[in-house]
Design a protein around this ligand. Sequence first.
Ligand SMILES: [Mg+2]
Length: 370
Amino acid sequence: MKISDIKTYRVKIPLREPIQFSWEPFPNTHFEFMLIEVVNNKGTKGYSATQFAAQTEVAIRGLKPLLKGLDVEDFLANDRLLELGSWFFGRVGAIEVALWDLLAKEENLPLYKLFRGNRKRIRVYASTGRLAKAEEIINLIKKYYDMGIEVVKIRFHRTNVNDDLNIVKEIRKEFGEQVKIAVDANQAWGLVPPFWNRYDALKAAKELERYNIEWLEEPLFKDDIEGYVWLKRNTNIKIAAGELEHNFWIFKKFIEENALDIVQADVIYSNGISECIKIALMAQVNGLLFLPHAWDPGLGWLANLHLVASLPENLTPYLETPLDPLWWFNDVIQFAFKEGIEIENGYVKVPEKEGLGIELDIEKIKKFVT
Ligand SMILES: [Mg+2]
C-alpha cells in the first residue's frame, strides 16, 4: 500500500465568543488549524489535524519527495525517517497520525486495536484554559461534577502567584476533598509574563503542598532539566511536563535525571503515536505516570484518546479534555465530527469504527478553508 499524495488545508473557524487563554496575550475570535489528508494508491484517505500548520508544512515539504510511492508501513516503521521531518525544523506528529488512520482503515480496525489496546472507555480530566475568577471556576467545576468528572486542571498565570493560590483555596473551601485539583503553570515557554524562576516555582509548590493537589505542570522552562530535578527534590508534589518535547531521546534525559513524576508527551506535538508509546513505556518501567497533553484540534485529541486506549490504566488513568469554556468540546474539538462523542459518568467511549473512528464532515471543513 503506497503513499500517493499528501494534501493540507488551512482552516479558520469562528468562535461563538472571544476567548483568551492563560498562555496567550490576546483574545481569540477564531480557531485555526490545518487538516492533513494522506491518500494511498487505492484512493483510501487518512486524516489528521494540527495547530502547528507552518511547522507541519515545513516537514511535509522536506519529506514529500521521500514519501511519494513509499509503503505506508515502511514509513511508519522508520523512526529515523520521521525524525528527519523534525530535522527540517518541522513537526511530524500529525503526518504520522494521518498515516496510522489510513493504515487502520485498510486493516478495518479502530486505531487503538492496531496497538493491541483493549480499553473501551477512558476517564477524562477537565482541562480549563482561562484565568477566570474563583466564582466562575467553581461554577464550571459544579458542571464537571455533574458530568461525573473528578479531576480538574486549573491555570496559574496571574501576575501575583498569591492570586493563583487563592483560587485553589476557594475551590477547597467550596468542595473540600471532593474534587481532585491539578495545576498548570505553563512556564515551559513564554508569550505572557509572569515567567517563573526556580524560586517562584518552589514557592508555588510549597504553598500547594497544603492543598493536596494531583500535580504541578510545567513550573519551569522546558529545557531546564536541572531545575526540574532540584524542584522535585524539594517538594512532595508530583511534577509534570513534556508536552512540547518531540522525541524519545529528550524524555530519556528527563527520566534518567529523575526530573519528572508525570510524563506528558502529545501525539501531535511529538513525532507521533509510535514515539508516544515508547515514551509511555519508558515512563512505566521507571515507575512514573504518563498523561498525554491533548489540547489540539479534534483529530489530535482523538489520536491521543486512541493512544491512551492502547496503554494500561494504571500508567495512563486519564485523558486531558479541554472543557473551558464548556462549549469548546462540541464547537471546536468536535467541529467536523459526524458522530458526536459524549462524556458519560466522567468517561468517553473509544470509537470503534476503523481508523480514528469518526467520520469527518469534509464539506463542512472546506467551507472554512482560508
Ligand atoms: Mg499543559
